[in-house]
Design a protein around this ligand. Structure first.
Ligand code: HEM
Length: 427
């Protein structure tokens, strides 16, 4: 008659507690997802960039969740220690299993932490919104401030290298982990995998239920603390980007134009593509001085002065950079100007050549527009001009190649103006 290897001690050889099992499989699936998504988003060149961008954001969200769940898993384990190993397990096997488990916990903490440090140090400065929800901003760690002597690009490289190789170490550990469990099950004939399964006819361990509120408190305070810090980061950033002055329309040059542009009925803005979607920019405060008559194009001229601090975009991933050094740097370069002089009639309306100045960098630009005079004497002008943002040093640290944020930006305007004489007469 064969005797079961567990005979005599099987009653004391229990499975893990239900909480440990739930956390084990949730974290394990999340890590497998992270490995697959991390490798795909970095190495699959054929992937459309819009999908790559979305995967990056999900990768950050799930990674942060892994970090918070790992803290809960540690808390659970402290309250409910794992069940004892089978008495047949040799000392060497006990030591090996202990080391593998310790290494798993270290990676579960340091892989997400290194990813978090990496995005915090990245020149791209893309914010982290959990679940891609704007109100759930996760803070970035002050890595560059803590290591001021280190070159920013070198720091990013080191963190990228660490994140990649720590993450890939999970695969090596997984092989050891599964090999150990297989050895117990197949060679020692001691149930091993089933200890981590919820219903497998094994003895249920005693669970200290106090671990449930403790684990929940750990997850909620880690997530909640991060989100609160993210909110205050967002407020500080918004405060820092707001110009330290009341927004006043900058001077568009010596007034002498023959049209008075009505800002209430006019619009100035721009458009580009970000991660496969249209990104719209608004320009809140500006002043235009226009001299134009279709009959005297050689005398036509226009200048528009824009308060750089009033420029905003409708995309929360790009918005934090708009006013910063990689954006319009409005704190040091408060005005953007467009000067137009060389007017000519073309088939679809008119064209004007001139200069656009952003951050003291002046480059030639061509504006296309239509000019219509209404019966009541007002003029309606619609037009556009397309520029390369990188030529003006806009978003070059963030995305120099236009991978996510298109390099081509189309400035659009719709102006309603009254003849200067009529405005003066009416006032
Ligand atoms: C368990 C958690 C995580 C795992 C297993 C994981 C795994 C990976 C892997 C395998 C890669 C590809 C590395 C390469 O081949 O270069 C990667 C890249 C990346 N991960 Fe994670 N990651 C985790 C958490 C995080 C977190 C929490 C963040 C940020 C909040 C993050 C940010 C990134 C970034 C930005 C990259 C791209 C690096 C590059 O472009 O070179 N990861 N991750």
């Amino acid at each position: 008659m064969s005797v079961s290897p567990t005979a005599g001690w099987s009653a004391a050889y229990t499975r893990y507690t239900s909480g440990a099992i739930l956390l084990h499989w949730t974290i394990a699936l999340a890590i497998l997802f992270q490995l697959a998504v991390g490798l795909a988003m970095v190495h699959l060149d054929a992937m459309p960039d819009a999908l790559r961008f979305a995967l990056f954001q999900w990768h950050k969200t799930i990674g942060i969740l892994v970090l918070c769940l790992t803290l809960a898993r540690i808390a659970w384990r402290l309250v409910n220690p794992p069940p004892a190993l089978a008495p047949t397990t040799s000392r060497a096997e006990r030591a090996a299993s202990g080391l593998v488990h310790l290494a798993f916990y270290a990676l579960m903490l340091f892989v997400p932490l290194s990813g978090w440090l990496l995005v915090s140090a990245a020149a791209a400065g893309i914010p982290t919104y959990l679940f891609l929800i704007d109100s759930l901003e996760w803070p970035h760690l002050p890595v560059a401030a803590l290591l001021p002597s280190m070159d920013a690009a070198a720091l990013e490289d080191v963190l990228g290298f660490a994140h990649k190789w720590l993450a890939l170490s999970f695969l090596g550990l997984l092989v050891l982990h599964v090999a150990g469990a297989l050895k117990h099950s197949l060679v020692d004939a001691v149930p091993s995998f089933s200890r981590m399964l919820p219903h497998h006819g094994m003895a249920r361990p005693q669970t200290r239920l106090i671990a449930i509120p403790i684990a929940l408190a750990v997850v909620l305070s880690a997530l909640g603390g991060g989100l609160v810090a993210g909110q205050s980061d967002a407020l500080v950033a918004a405060e820092a980007t707001r110009a330290d002055r009341a927004m006043v329309a900058p001077d568009a040059g010596p007034a002498g134009g023959d049209w008075i542009v009505d800002p209430a009925q006019s619009q100035l803005g721009f458009e580009t593509q970000f991660s496969g979607k249209t990104l719209t920019g608004t320009i809140g405060t500006w002043q235009a001085d226009v001299r134009f008559s279709p009959e005297a194009l050689d005398l036509a001229e226009a200048s528009i002065a824009i308060d750089a601090a009033s420029i905003a975009v409708d995309n929360s991933f790009v918005a934090p950079q708009v006013q910063g050094a990689d954006g319009f740097a409005s704190a040091t370069h408060p005005t953007v100007t467009l000067q137009l002089g060389d007017f000519r009639a073309v088939e679809a309306g008119y064209e004007a050549g001139g200069t656009l100045t952003i951050k003291e960098k002046s480059l030639p630009v061509t504006v296309h527009f239509r000019f219509e005079r209404n019966n009541n004497g007002t003029a309606h002008v619609t037009g556009s001009a397309t520029v390369d943002r990188t030529a003006f040093d806009l978003g070059v640290a963030n995305d120099p190649t236009g991978q996510y944020l298109d390099k081509a930006v189309t400035i659009r305007f719709e102006l309603v103006a009254v003849p200067a004489g009529a405005a003066a007469a009416g006032s």
